[in-house]
Design a binder for this molecule. Structure first.
Ligand SMILES: Nc1ncnc2c1ncn2[C@@H]1O[C@H](COP(=O)(O)OP(=O)(O)O)[C@@H](O)[C@H]1O
Ligand SMILES: [Mg+2]
Length: 737
């Protein structure tokens, strides 16, 4: 119980599966803290040896649940457990995983209690607390004494939340709740003041999982927004359906990255044909059950037999269904339930005299036949979503169905991410549809719909277009986050900026899904992070000059990034250039770097550009200015912002010039107030003046302010060569007034 004090700085033993992060990383973690209730009392009641045995059993039980959901046990010390979700590898849904583990542990401890009570007269109770927040995580120490240090408030808050939980319950913070609210039923436990946390925190008790499974189902429960775009795709689906109705079976494979709108399109199609006669089967694969044979089909049977509560009744229904539909193959029908529900099948049927391979084959054929049989009465629409997570047996079943449906009134509508490799080639009756990103106009339309049909400031809309790259999920989450933030204020018909607006932050709801894409890359992630510092576009030459890896490694890692579709590549190394496919992925990679590492990379980038690529410095001084600013070298940065301003003015790009020069001016607050710096500032102001006049006119308030400021500086430095120009600026204004 060491933990109760200062978890934030506890050094944690790294486990074998933990990847060492030598330099540390900034990571959003969902942290689970679990503790035994009244452990001290218990340890006083029983013999220490018995107590040890009990603890071991408890740890073992919990560890089993934790590993199932890929949690990382950072520490088990005595009777407490600290678990990270989002390290060393992020999955798309870490907060949900943490809660599944919390609920799973409660259940597992109950099971353990049954034994403990019988054998030792002991009953354990646990409390679980979960919180999601930013941490800096990394290892320290050398060799075998590797240790991971997780810093930040998150672990501390998780442990405090645990203290709020009643025995045998899971409590979560408001930040975690926000990420999972649609997936779990909770009870509001009100505000609590947690030790070491300034503001009172809202705490929720998790009651149970909701049965809605997919993101889209949840969105539909709230009322879906009208579909934006996708007219051609809907048209194509409807055409294929017409063919199906005439007995020409069709397979449609919708592919596209997560959040591009596959499920939404399927939904639209379903709605458009609701009034037509059909038999519809819908199922989806799950990332948690990628290796559970026939998982989606079993779920489907569950739905078909849903009216039955207990397992044996379900089994009866299934038997009936199979018999009724495929009377001719009753023998094999027996093997099918056997695979789907082994314990009951064993009770009712003698073991079949066939190899398990054969039995499996027959099962698949039975299922296929059952489904096909339906098509004799009405056209069948069979939907299976998320093939990238589908188990091999189900894939085999699909293969069978694809082979057998070309002459049946059967439509197979499948969705997958681009990583899925279809094993069935390209049969004639298969139409692949790749979903593309939305256009800037469609993005804007969507964003305003998400904002409740209120218009958004142009600068915000522009950023949404740039950051989300037309992925509808990103548009939704980014817009929701900005509308709920204090950047905007809601008016009758529109949203207004409350202050100045620079950049959109990554919404917490997208953090895990973005990080998971990076984490999957292993060592290539370092290159992605370095690239992210250089910019959304970067050339092989510059990357190579900054990266420490040798050419062979570098090219291999870059290839992995291109294959994983994180980067687009143009040309071949050494002439190649790369572009991050998503601005948000670039942001996520960048933000996962420690601030000190970022600075170091920026410095490297600036120096390499300056010494090895003088041409680029001349044509794009703002690039150097940016790197020096972020490297924390304001003096050098100011020189380049000045150059960038002048460069832009020469091309009459006054708006850009104003932006560059203002950036330079903002850096003076980091410098001591010397007369040398005053001269530099005067240079920037007197370059800025004419550009401002060109854009805003003589009478603008900003112009007056700039010249007044310049005038003061002139007086201070005495012999400034710009004095005449400044006075003219001031008089010119006065004359025009
Ligand atoms: N064309 C569209 N118009 C409006 N909303 C969309 C569109 N495409 C997707 N969405 C919304 O974006 C989110 C992600 O879409 P979804 O279909 O779940 O993506 P996928 O299945 O490809 O992962 C959903 O909330 C969905 O309603
Ligand atoms: Mg989907």
């Amino acid at each position: 119980m060491l933990y109760r004090k200062h978890i934030t700085t506890i050094e944690v033993q790294i486990l074998d599966d933990g990847k060492a992060i030598a330099d540390g990383e900034r990571r959003q973690l969902s942290v689970l803290f679990c503790d035994l209730v009244d452990a001290t009392m218990l340890s006083g009641q029983v013999d220490p040896e018995v107590y040890r045995e009990v603890l071991r059993a408890y740890h073992f039980t919990c560890a089993e649940v934790i590993h199932r959901f890929n949690g990382f046990i950072a520490q088990h010390l005595g009777d407490a457990l600290l678990v990270y979700f989002g390290y060393p590898q992020t999955h798309e849904d870490e907060a949900q995983r943490a809660i599944f583990v919390g609920l799973g542990m409660l259940e597992a401890v109950q099971t353990l209690n049954a034994h403990l009570q019988q054998e030792k007269g002991i009953r354990l109770a646990i409390r679980v607390g979960i919180h999601t927040g930013l941490t800096v995580i990394g290892d320290i120490g050398e060799g075998a004494k590797h240790e991971v240090l997780a810093l930040g408030e998150a672990p501390n808050i998780a442990s405090r939340i645990q203290g709020v939980a009643a025995p045998d319950t899971v409590a979560i913070s408001a930040d975690t709740y926000r990420l999972v609210q649609d997936y779990f039923k909770v009870e509001d436990l009100g505000f609590h003041t947690l030790k070491g946390v300034a503001a009172p925190t809202k705490v929720y008790r998790v009651l149970q999982k909701r049965d809605t499974q997919s993101r889209l189902k949840i969105a539909s429960a709230r009322g879906l927004m009208p579909l934006v775009g996708r007219e051609q795709e809907v048209e194509l689906l409807l055409e294929r359906w017409e063919q199906v109705k005439t007995g020409q079976g069709q397979v449609v494979l919708l592919s596209g990255e997560g959040g591009i709108g596959k499920s939404r399109l399927v939904q639209e199609f379903k709605e458009q044909i609701t009034d037509q006669k059909q038999v519809r089967f819908e199922c989806r694969s799950s990332p948690y059950f990628q290796n559970s044979a026939l998982y989606p089909v079993i779920e489907l049977w569950e739905q078909v037999c849903a009216f039955a509560e207990d397992a044996s009744e379900k089994f009866n229904n299934l038997e009936q269904l199979l018999r009724q539909d495929v009377p001719a193959i009753e023998e094999t029908a027996r093997s099918s339930p056997a695979q789907l529900s082994p314990p009951i099948a064993e009770e009712r049927y003698p073991t079949l005299a066939m190899s398990s391979q054969r039995q499996r084959q027959e099962t698949l054929e039975t299922i296929a036949a059952t489904l096909l049989k339906q098509a004799q009465q009405h056209p069948v629409l069979f939907i299976l979503e998320d093939l990238q997570w589908t188990d091999p047996s189900t894939i085999e079943l699909l293969h069978l169905l694809i082979d057998q449906t070309s002459t049946a009134a059967f439509c197979l509508l499948l969705t997958c991410r681009p990583t899925f490799q279809a094993p069935w080639g390209l049969p004639k009756h298969l139409s692949p549809i790749a979903l593309n990103r939305l256009s800037p106009n469609q993005i804007k339309r969507m964003a305003e719909r998400v904002a409740g049909d209120k218009s958004l400031p142009a600068a915000v809309l522009q950023q949404i277009v740039e950051k989300t790259d037309g992925v509808p999920l990103f548009v939704e989450e980014t817009t929701k986050a900005v509308v709920e933030s204090d950047v905007l204020e809601e008016q009758d018909r529109h949203y207004e900026l409350t202050g100045s607006f620079s950049a959109l932050a990554i919404p917490a709801t997208l953090n895990d899904s973005l990080m998971s894409r990076l984490d999957r890359l292993g060592s290539a992630k370092d290159i992605a992070q370095l690239g992210a510092v250089i910019g959304r576009d970067f050339s092989y030459e510059v990357l190579h000059a900054i990266a420490k890896s040798d050419e062979k490694t570098l090219q291999r890692e870059l290839n992995r990034l291109v294959e994983a579709e994180l980067l687009y590549q143009k040309g071949l190394p050494p002439g190649a250039t790369y572009t991050f496919k998503h601005a948000l992925i670039q942001d996520a990679a960048y933000q996962s770097l420690l601030k000190s590492t970022r600075q170091q990379y920026h410095r490297g980038a600036a120096q390499v550009l300056e010494t090895q690529f003088p041409g680029r410095v001349v044509s794009k001084p703002e690039l150097l200015a940016h790197h020096y600013t972020e490297a924390g070298l304001p003096e050098r940065a100011i020189d380049y912002w000045q150059k960038a301003g002048e460069h832009a003015i020469r091309r009459s790009a006054n708006v850009e010039a104003i932006s560059h020069l203002n950036k330079g001016l903002s850096l003076f607050k980091m410098l001591p107030d010397t007369s040398q710096h005053a001269r530099r500032k005067l240079d920037l102001l007197t370059t800025l003046g004419p550009a401002l006049i060109a854009v805003k006119g003589y009478v603008a308030k900003e112009v007056e302010m700039i010249y007044a400021q310049a005038h003061k500086l002139c007086q201070r430095v005495g012999d400034a060569p710009q004095r005449y120009q400044v006075l003219r600026g001031l008089w010119g204004r006065t004359g025009a007034d």
